[in-house]
Design a protein. Structure first.
Lengths: 112, 110
């Protein structure tokens, strides 16, 4: 069964450094999303992406964040200058028609 | 904020049906009811969704009341692997994001 994959599974970085989190969505899906979950808290929406552009973003998704689909298979989330409060699990999801979303296993980001 | 309310936690015996309620009294006519679950430390998993009619798939059944103000997710024969946090989310088909509440922590007991 096709699934969303994410790399790395765990990323440790120093405050102020740039990080890129990678996702490979399910191959025939057209809608892509990033969510995050701070330890012990709710899942929070960051951004959705369709037709090579951002379709919706939350207040969390400020100028420090960007997304890209550099080729036909990858979907990336970049954080330009990480802060301590960016430490969280980051989940990528994809959807074929924007209805049910299928999630990857997540990347645990730890900012020191 | 999430537009649904769910009990904080529930227990169910292994092999029995688990019935998880959700209230969504302010749901609009074009909003769907979605259910996801999150097993500890894993990514959320889609379970089922519906608009007005009851729905069933290989994982679960979704019962939506006639006034659409509440719904129940039914796991017909719960196993220990169904222990997870279950989220009920309402969303229009054109609203991309999922807004997550705290969900119901379902514990399946042997």
């Amino acid at each position: 069964e096709p699934e969303v994959t994410q790399t790395p599974s765990h990323q440790v970085t120093q405050m102020g450094q740039e990080v890129i989190l990678r996702c490979v969505p399910i191959s025939n899906h057209l809608y892509f999303y990033w969510y995050r979950q701070i330890l012990g808290q709710k899942v929070e929406f960051l951004v959705s992406f369709y037709n090579n552009e951002i379709s919706e973003k939350s207040e969390i998704f400020d100028d420090q964040f960007s997304v890209e689909r550099p080729d036909g298979s990858n979907f990336t989330l970049k954080i330009r200058s990480t802060k301590l409060e960016d430490s969280a699990m980051y989940f990528c999801a994809s959807s074929i028609q924007g209805m049910e979303q299928f999630f990857g296993p997540g990347t645990r980001l730890t900012v020191l | 904020d999430a537009k649904t309310t769910q009990p904080t936690s529930m227990d169910c015996a292994e092999g029995r049906a688990a019935n998880l309620p959700c209230n969504h009294s302010t749901i609009s006519g074009n909003e769907y009811v979605y259910w996801y679950r999150q097993i500890h430390s894993q990514g959320p998993q889609y379970i089922i969704h519906g608009l007005k009619n009851n729905e069933t798939n290989e994982m679960a059944s979704l019962i939506i009341t006639e006034d659409r103000k509440s719904s129940t997710l039914i796991l017909p024969h719960a196993t220990l692997r169904d222990t997870a946090v279950y989220y009920c989310i309402v969303r229009t088909d054109s609203n991309y994001q999922l807004i997550w509440g705290a969900g119901t922590k379902l514990i399946i007991k042997p």
